[in-house]
Design a protein around this ligand. Structure first.
Ligand code: GLU
Length: 423
């Protein structure tokens, strides 16, 4: 049986404390080696750099950049680069830890890392974004690399940012190293279907979860918060599979139609930023969207949107986390008490890093895969991960989050036990 959630009530909102508490909880369920868990509670390295760059006005701006490398026992460090004004050491460290579990849950040979810059990308021109990215890459040049630590896009970054990172690294190292980053443009060795991959995995596990709880996807209603690369592709794929998507939103608000929206007709954030609310028969606020009475709620925008302030008002039957960390631990407890299953981020959106792995393999072998092959292989990885997590869920009678953590932590711990400590 799982430990009772009240015994470990997590009142904290600091992401690093949340990540550590989640690890402690999973290690309690597994009876893990204390020394290994103590190591995993901390990252292997935190790289914090100052990044000066020229504004278009000629003035010099200074921002903080991070790369936190949590664990690489199963393979090179892997994880996104985020441009967000609130980014700090603790959040980056928590996100790096989540990448370790995410890669282990889907059983790809990578460890966990995360990085980024504390900056609002909306305040940067393209030229400023390029200068900042290139200087950041230079500052991190000694710690990233195709076999050591491989960044990818995350919130506020995209394929163009990865292209600049790849170019800067290659020029400085005097080589052509496409494997140093993933999520690149296809023209530079990026993978087809990479951008939609996190949304595809969200859609895939949503379909499995619906079927697990005996819901017919054709009768399911879905609300998706966030219409970026995760939310838009999840909404479109679920709609293609017969679900009725009744609401989608971006940061400015949402489109709502109880009879169903046509998500393919609504431009995603990348296609036309902040235009979602113009495309429904009715509009809806982000808060209202979260409280809609739907079969499936997918928070796919940012972290900490379902908290103790609104967990009691959630009326969806099922929740699938598209974003990283959208449900706080205390809200998790409230939803569990109300019998609303929550499928965690480390399983649901793992399609992104999985297709990053396919891209990286292609970069090493100088051979790209077709869209069909990428999607088929992604489905194979996700169905194995779903089976592993649902087996743990049933065997331990715990939450879906605990089950995913148990699967991930067990793999990481076993690898540490085999490798041992050097010297
Ligand atoms: N940033 C994505 C995530 O949070 C993808 C990371 C990657 O592809 O390395 O999973």
């Amino acid at each position: 049986m799982c430990a009772s959630s009240t015994s470990q009530e997590l009142s904290v909102q600091n992401p690093l404390e949340v990540a550590r508490a989640q690890l402690d909880r999973a290690s309690g369920l597994l009876d893990s080696d204390r020394a290994i868990v103590e190591r995993l509670r901390r990252p292997r390295a935190i790289h914090e750099v100052t990044v000066p760059f020229h504004r278009d006005s000629g003035e010099i701006e200074l921002v903080y950049g991070y790369r936190v490398q949590h664990d690489n026992v199963r393979g090179p460090f892997k994880g996104g680069m985020r441009f967000h004004p609130d980014l700090d050491r603790d959040e980056t460290t928590a996100l790096a830890m989540w990448m370790t579990w995410k890669c282990a849950v889907v059983d790809i040979p990578f460890g966990g890392a995360k990085g980024g810059v504390a900056v609002d990308p909306k305040t940067l021109s393209d030229a400023e974004r390029e200068r900042m990215t290139r200087r950041l890459t230079n500052e991190l040049r000694n710690v990233i690399g195709p076999t050591t630590d491989i960044p990818a896009p995350d919130m506020g970054t995209d394929a163009q940012v990865m292209a600049w990172m790849y170019d800067t690294y290659s020029v400085q190292e005097d080589l052509t190293g496409p494997g140093v980053v993933t999520g690149k443009p296809v023209q530079l060795g990026g993978s087809v279907a990479r951008e939609e991959a996190p949304g595809r995995s969200v859609a895939f596990v949503s379909r499995e979860l619906l079927s697990y709880y005996d819901y017919d996807i054709e009768e399911a209603t879905v609300a998706v918060q966030g219409f970026g690369s995760v939310g838009a592709s999840a909404a479109r794929i679920l709609s293609d599979w017969g679900a009725t998507v009744v609401a989608v939103s971006d940061v400015t608000g949402g489109a709502y139609d109880p009879d169903g929206l046509e998500p393919h007709g609504i431009p995603s954030h990348n296609q036309e930023p902040e235009a979602v609310a113009e495309h429904g028969s009715d509009t809806i606020s982000n808060d209202e969207l979260l409280e809609l009475d739907v079969t499936l709620l997918i928070p796919a925008a940012i972290g900490n949107v379902i908290t103790t302030d609104n967990a009691d008002a959630i009326t969806a039957d099922l929740v699938v986390e598209g974003a990283n960390g959208p449900v706080t631990p205390r809200a998790d407890t409230v939803l569990a008490e109300r019998d609303i299953p929550v499928l965690p981020d480390i399983l649901a959106n793992a399609g992104g890093v999985t297709v990053s792995y396919f891209e990286w393999l292609g970069d090493i072998n100088r051979r790209s895969w077709s869209r069909q092959r990428v999607n088929n292989e992604l489905e194979t990885v996700m169905s194995t991960a779903w089976a592993d997590v649902s087996d743990a869920f049933e065997a331990r009678e715990c939450s879906w989050r605990d089950a995913a953590y148990v699967v991930g932590l067990e793999r990481v711990s076993e690898a540490h036990a085999y490798r041992g400590l050097w010297p």
